[in-house]
Ligand binder design. Structure first.
Ligand code: MIC
Ligand code: SF4
Length: 757
């Protein structure tokens, strides 16, 4: 079955005309992402030109996707907006709340039982508002989108930062917070600063142990975790065409790790093969007929340095496998240097667990290549010296991997299959002994490796590599093992060497026909309200945030000055806390508990200016809120990097944090804060970060004059009575200032919908 075929057909009918309009207006050749963005302008009649990197533009994405951990807040907000159905096709995917503990079947049973209330809520909201619902066990959002919904040239947003995975099928797919999803589902324009464009030309061809994952691991090393901020990354060149569609998706998926708005490849035969294999021949035909519109203009391809804001070239024939980490996905080490680098940094060499799969790397190609390594190990009389876990990205993949005998091979070296869900990638791994915080190393083919992310243990050194390298390393049991050069000793005491992996791009026996776990919206669901018990500790109806009272912020105590890396995992931790994703009050108890307090270098221990005691962050914030005072949060570079979870923005709003002032923001988090009505500012002089003292009371003045491009004045009232005035920048445009004034973007939508009702 092809979802929303009519919408896709009508898009392809109009796309050429829209692109030619854009070309007339811009009077120059277009890159692929410009073609897609300009054919999704919200105001179709717009004749304007927009500047990349500066102008905000309103878009009309074709669809919205949400995963269970973010859908709860997104839909609770949507329910407040006063609409009776979603304006664009939308889907919800139950994947994040499934714990990985005892293997797929036991873990699924536990999930269905423990998360019943949330799954029932999501399923009934989906029925009521015409949203497709993918049941627990169906698979991870990005994998399901690639298999079913993504189409070349389309545009979508998703409430998960790895939504760009669909760029593997030529889609502009962008990760956002739930409030953005509400904009699109309520039929409003969705606003984005027109991204800059980084062009990456791939030449040569991958071979041996190198894989698509190594391309993005290398790119992450080159550009760092913030190098893609505000940019689309466009891949092209002969090398790009030699990569499978799912390999392209892996690369686009992990573009989130460099902060990119999204990543994309032009339409090619690999995409056509994938569309055909997944039962979407009609879309392949439509895309084929529009091929010229689904890649950059030839002038761009022949002189990329002229048209892209930044241009990089990578020769795949020279690319060696990379291992990135620990604790950050951009610390890239080529495998040939791992011995030297690990020794120098004292990284524990013994690998306890190797994990493959996840939304990033569980294609048929990934599984078959890893399984070839496992088979080779069996033939050589080797088993895995580390534990070895497999997390299939979807039921579809699980089914064919099992059918085609790959799981047997993994089991033969000691592997265990987890449920088709996020599980160990998001702290949902109930790993034995992790609570004792032992120092240890794991390696996985997921995308993120921030502290505590996999198992909650801050001392787990997590490294990221391709599935085939993870498999080889799990077999060797050592982080510094290089399968290209090193040999192993087998059970007969003989020295043996693993062969290069080999795999199959698409299943030779097809994808088969399975119960994919999809639930079509049901008209019965339209009747009656959505019930949420007031007793529930997992779901809570949202109350609108209060409007700004028009007054300056005066004498706000500093809540926390966060030191160094502060990702959304530090701001609103996952794992245990995922269960409160639909309950703002309860989840606010995790606010900033992972952030390091600049003044004592501890986590979750900050000065309460009222009591003079050091207390947990949420407790201090609650104490200020209870006394009717707001507070200010200070942060470092790339504040809020990582995920799209808007809880990281709703929690401070709920806790009465009035402003967050940082050296720089990650895109999604900054938008999330703005949308929820928290004032987001950046130091105009980054050195001013050092002027903030622990006992400071902070004024933010002249807020009535808040205007696009105009600096804001911040007065630091130090404990010794001295005052210091500093300037802060902001990135609000006129419309966004209205969000701040209204108390949240949603308050504005509600007002507008009330008027039109
Ligand atoms: C992640 O990979 O960090 C997550 C968990 O998928 C998040 C979403 C969430 O926190 O629910 C993301 O990437 O946006
Ligand atoms: Fe799930 Fe991990 Fe993918 Fe996020 S990155 S969607 S947690 S598998």
């Amino acid at each position: 079955m092809i979802f929303d075929l009519e919408m896709i057909q009508s898009f392809y009918r109009e796309m050429p005309g829209r692109i030619s309009n854009a070309r007339k207006v811009l009077r120059r050749p277009l890159t692929l992402s410009e073609k897609i963005l300009y054919s999704h302008l919200f105001n179709r009649k717009s004749e304007g030109t927009y500047n990349r990197g500066t102008d905000y533009v309103e878009f009309a994405p074709d669809r919205v996707a949400m995963q269970d951990a973010t859908a709860q807040m997104a839909l609770l907000q949507f329910m407040m907006a006063g609409k009776d159905h979603s304006s664009v096709p939308a889907s919800v995917h139950c994947d994040h709340l499934i714990m990985a503990k005892e293997g797929a079947s036991a873990d699924m049973k536990t999930a269905v039982y423990t998360n019943k209330e949330v799954y029932d809520f999501l399923s009934s909201v989906c029925n009521k508002y015409d949203i497709g619902f993918w049941k627990p066990g169906a698979g991870i959002i990005h994998q399901i989108i690639l298999e079913n919904y993504a189409f070349p040239g389309g545009m979508m947003i998703g409430t998960d930062s790895h939504t760009p995975n669909a760029g593997g099928l030529g889609m502009v797919a962008i990760g956002v917070g739930g409030a953005d999803a509400v904009d699109v589902m309520t039929g409003m324009g969705w606003e984005l600063k027109l991204p800059k464009i980084i062009g990456i030309k791939l030449t040569g061809k991958l071979s041996g142990w190198s894989s698509p994952k190594d391309i993005i691991l290398k790119v992450a090393g080159l550009l760092t975790v913030s190098g893609g901020t505000g940019c689309v990354v466009e891949y092209f060149g002969d090398g790009a065409e030699s990569i499978s569609c799912t390999g392209k998706a892996t690369i686009c998926n992990m573009g989130a790790e460099i902060g990119a708005t999204c990543s994309i490849f032009g339409y090619d035969n690999a995409m056509s093969r994938y569309l055909n294999a997944t039962g979407r021949k009609d879309i392949a035909d439509l895309a084929g007929a529009n091929r010229e519109h689904l890649k950059s203009d030839s002038e761009v391809l022949s002189d990329p340095a002229k048209y892209y804001d930044k241009f990089i070239e990578i020769n795949l024939s020279e690319l060696e496998p990379y291992i990135n980490g620990p604790f950050t996905p951009d610390l890239a080490t080529p495998i040939s240097r791992m011995k030297e680098v690990a020794e120098k940094n004292n990284w524990p060499d013994k690998v306890e667990v190797g994990l493959i799969g996840s939304c990033t790397n569980s294609s048929y190609e990934d599984i078959s290549r890893s399984a070839s390594v496992a088979k080779n190990a069996v033939d050589l009389r080797l088993t895995a010296r580390s534990e070895f876990k497999i997390t299939p990205g979807s039921e579809q993949i699980r089914y064919i991997a099992e059918r085609d005998g790959y799981f047997k091979l993994f089991e033969a070296i000691g592997g265990e299959v987890f449920a088709n869900a996020c599980g160990p990638c998001i702290g949902q791994w109930e790993r034995k002994g992790a609570d004792k915080n032992p120092v240890n190393t794991v390696i996985h083919s997921f995308n993120r490796n921030f502290a505590k992310r996999a198992d909650g243990n801050p001392n787990t050194f997590a490294f990221v590599a391709s599935p085939e390298i993870v498999t080889a390393i799990a077999i060797s049991g050592k982080l510094t093992f290089n399968p290209i050069t090193d040999s192993l000793v087998n059970s007969d005491g003989k020295e043996v060497k693993l062969s290069e992996p080999s795999g199959t791009e698409l299943p030779p026996n097809g994808f088969g026909s399975i119960d994919n776990g999809y639930q079509k919206p049901d008209n019965e669901g339209k009747k009656g309200p959505i019930a949420i018990s007031v007793e529930s500790d997992r779901l809570q109806i949202l109350e609108p945030f209060q409007e700004w009272d028009g007054k300056d912020f005066k004498a706000l105590p500093l809540l926390i000055k966060a030191k160094g890396k502060c990702t959304t995992d530090h701001i609103s931790m996952a794992g245990f806390w995922l269960k409160y994703r639909g309950h703002l009050e309860n989840i606010s108890n995790n606010y900033m508990i992972g952030a390091v307090n600049f003044f004592n270098e501890k986590t979750n221990s900050i000065l309460n200016q009222i009591t003079g005691q050091y207390e947990p962050v949420p407790a201090v914030a609650m104490a200020y809120k209870a006394s009717g005072i707001g507070s200010v949060v200070i942060g470092d570079e790339n504040f809020g990097e990582g995920s799209s979870r808007e809880h990281a923005a709703m929690e401070p709003r709920y806790l009465n944090v009035k402003a967050v002032i940082v050296k720089s923001f990650a895109r999604i988090h900054e938008t999330n804060l703005k949308k929820q009505g928290v004032l987001t500012l950046t130091f105009s002089d980054k050195a001013d970060y050092s002027k903030i003292l622990e006992n400071d009371k902070i004024d933010i003045i002249d807020l009535k004059l808040l205007a696009p491009g105009k600096q804001v004045t911040v007065v630091l009232n130090h404990p010794d009575g001295k005052k210091e005035t500093i300037k802060a920048n902001h990135s609000y445009n006129a419309a966004q200032i209205e969000w701040f004034k209204a108390g949240s973007a949603l308050n504005l939508i509600r007002k507008a919908n009330k008027k039109s009702a």
